[in-house]
Every structure is written in C-alpha cells, then in structure tokens.
Ligand binder design. Sequence first.
Ligand code: ADP
Ligand code: MG
Ligand code: ZN
Length: 505
Amino acid sequence: MALATVHSRAQTGLEAPAVAVEVDLAGGLPALAIVGLPEAEVKESKDRVRAAIANSGYQFPTRRITVNLAPADLPKEGGRFDLAIALGILAASGQVPADALDRYEFLGELSLSGSLRPVRGALPATLAADAQSRTLVLPESNGDEAALAGAGCVRTAIHLADVAASLVAGSAGSEPLWLEPPEVAEPPDLAQGADLRDIRGQAQAKRALEIAAAGGHSLLMIGPPGAGKTMLASRLPGLLPPLSRADALEVAAVASIEGSGFKTSNWGRRPFRAPHHTASGVALVGGGSSPRPGEITLAHCGVLFLDELPEFDRRVLEVLREPLESGYIVISRAARQAEYPARFQLLAAMNPCPCGYLGEASGRCHCTAERIARYRGRISGPLLDRIDMHLHVAPVPHDVLMAADAASEDSATVRSRVVEARQRAIDRQNNDNAALDPAGIERVCALDKSARTIMEQAVARLGLSARAYHRILRVSRTIADLAGETAIQRTHVAEAIGYRQLDRS
Ligand SMILES: Nc1ncnc2c1ncn2[C@@H]1O[C@H](COP(=O)(O)OP(=O)(O)O)[C@@H](O)[C@H]1O
Ligand SMILES: [Mg+2]
Ligand SMILES: [Zn+2]
C-alpha cells in the first residue's frame, strides 16, 4: 500500500473545515512535494516533517513522496498539518497501520525533534471532529482548550513517536498511549474583576450602568480626566448575567483562534476589551492578509470600551456602525469570506472639551466654543445616534472620596436585578431591549397619555432624530423592567430622556 489518507482540519472564521491529507509513495528519485499549501509554507513544513520522522526513530522513505491537502481552494496555514503529513508518510510506507487512521483526526505542528507544538483553533476543531464522531488527536498543550468542548473525543500527545506508537498499539488490540485532556468545570457564576462597591458616590453613573447592563444598551460617558470613567466602565462585565454554556464556548472559541490562545482561568468570563484610540480599522473589526478577528470579535458577549472616543480616527469608528446593528462581521479577502461573531456592548468615554476641564468651577478651561464644537464633531452624528445613553460624569467631591465607607451596593446585588430585568425582556420578546426593532418597539413600548406628553415635549425641545426617539423608548422599556412594571410610565420616560445629554448641545 503506497497511498494513505489522514484527516485534519483547517481554520476559517470560527469554523474548522475538514482537510484530507493524501500521501502517495512512488518509485523514482527521492523527493517530497506538497500541493495544496501556500508556497511559502511548503518548504518549512517539509523540513520539519523530514527531521521529525528521522528523530522519532522511524525511516523517512527514500521514494518519490507526493502530499496533497484537499480541498485545494481552502486557505491553509502550514504548521497545523505537520502531524497529519508525517503520519500519512509513515502509513503509506507501512510503518504505522493505515486501517486505524480513519477513526481519527490529527492537528499539530512538529518541532525538528518530533515533539508537538500547539495550534490555533483547537476548540472549533474539537467541536467539528465530535460532530463527525471522530477522535481528535492534539498536542498536549492544546488539551485544556479542547476539553472545554466537553466531548469525550479528544486525545493528546507530546511527541510524534507517542502518536505513532499509539496507532500501532491500538491496531494490535492493546491500550493506546493517548493522554486524556483535563476535566473542565461548568462556567462559574462569579462576579468578575473589580467590584462596583469600590466606587464612592457616583450614584447616577452606577444607575446608568445598571440600566445599560439590564437592557444591553450602549453608553457614552462624558467627563473630565480623573472623574472615574475608566473605573466605572471596568465594572460593567461584572454586572452582566452569567454566560450561557453556548456563549461561553463561543467566547472560548474566539480566544482559541487568536494568537495567544484560550486561558482556562477565563472560562465563563465576559471579555472586556479596551483598544487604544490609535487602533487601526483592521485591529478594531478584523481583517488582514490571513484574516484575524478584531477587537469587536474579541469583545463578543462582553464589553468594548472606547476611551477618548473623539481621538479615534473617524473612518475607523464608521466601520463599527454595521456590526453594532448586525452582531457579526464579514471579512472578505480575495475570493474568500470569513464571518466572525461580534455581539458586543459598546461603552465609550470622552472629555467634555479638548482640555478636559469644561464646566469645572476653577475656570481653568479656556477652550473656545468653536474648538469644543470641532472636538465633539469628530464623533459623527450617525455613530452618536447609535449610542443609547449619554451621561455626564463629574468627579466626586473630596469629602465623599475620603468618607469612611458609606454602605454601597456590590456588583452581585446589582447583577441579580439585572438578571431579573433581562428575563422579563426575554419572556416578552425573546431579546434584549437594545435589540428591539421599530416593529418590536411599537409592540412593547406603548406609552400612556402623560408619558406621551413629556416625550412629545422632549422631541420638540431637543429636536430629536427618529433614531434618538427610538433609543429613548428602548431605554424607557428597560427602566420599567428594572422596576418590575408591565407598562412604561411617565417617570421611566423622563429618566430615559435624561440620558440623551449630548442631544441638547
Ligand atoms: N468615585 C470614586 N471612588 C473611588 N475612587 C475614585 C473615584 N473617582 C476616581 N477615583 C480614583 O481616581 C482614579 C482615576 O479614575 P479614572 O477612572 O481613571 O478616571 P477617568 O477615566 O475618568 O480619567 C481611579 O483609578 C480611582 O483610584
Ligand atoms: Mg480614563
Ligand atoms: Zn476645555
């Protein structure tokens, strides 16, 4: 038998499409040709596979070896197929039994010594292999991540020699030498990171965070440096409901395809991403020559915090508009497209003026009206229109900051109210209030006469756009849900109007 097929997986978006590694041995001058991989990857892969086989105590066949990675048109990165290529060569040359290969899939980069190096995207590959009822064999250092899939279908190994020996033993009816990945607990229901309790005063800002958490609303905080905007923002993930298992898996899968990989200590945690304002469009939404997820995908199911919003490149902010509404991003490269999830909650912060101290009693701000207008104008109206709530955050006075702890609520207490309010929205419309479309708003945000009156006054006084009007209704719905009310009342609408502070200027 001079032909062997080994199953492996590529990686595009959050998917792990199947790849068949076919190895053919023929007479003729000894040579190794790999087709179906990008040219630049081929040479390195050849060198690694050749050395790894020799250094694992096996023979590198002195035949004409052709390796084909099918389908040809799938984008492939080199290293992850090394193990499958090496096993294909060993099977085609009769050094490991070829009949056992069909039940397995293999992923792993080889070092020259034959030891296995981790690959990107082990978790999506595990889920895909499980769906095919095949056992996935991975480098041991990918085991933690693969174990999250909770499938019994993962085995790990440290060295090419262990994998080959396990196939020989398995085929001879004895116990293979695979390692089992570790057990993983269900996502913990934990308050994550910093607690709301550590923030003195700021009752209104805490209230706004609670509403944002309960409805999934985006929030922009405007305030001078040191007012506590960053501190407040970092508390939002801890106010959100615990992740469902499916969402926790998606968050882990996103980390799995990222360079640094998934850390088990982050299992069940909502991400908090705070890209710098010099970030490029590609860094923010994803892309590149071999497409990578951007910050909006890394913030999937969690919080994207854009500090100093006006400092971001305007064109970079514009690309946020679409995923903000759709919850995903499609990245096109040449003829291929990769889709990444991007259901994130947007938090933003900005100074009130270029110097930062507009409105401070000391009068140290000398920014002209024109400079202030230009500064605020850097955030386009259409993006501002898509932010549900705006809030001025003033620094707390020194006596409040220094006061011996006045009993302040902790994140867990607020989170329990958030969970209840979110459940009301789910029971009613199977979605967050922030995601209500105009028809949904029509159905679940009816206003009585007095509520309608203050709404009409606000529209006339502030000259609100239709979008802003709908945002007020969604936020009113959330405020009513937090209060446990079926009907939206006048006070709920009044509070929601209070969170459109930039519409006034
Ligand atoms: N209300 C507050 N309670 C406790 N500490 C505060 C408060 N406001 C500000 N601080 C302190 O001031 C620091 C600066 O706050 P920060 O969130 O960075 O402000 P901003 O992002 O608005 O510039 C915080 O790290 C914190 O130590
Ligand atoms: Mg800050
Ligand atoms: Zn100023």
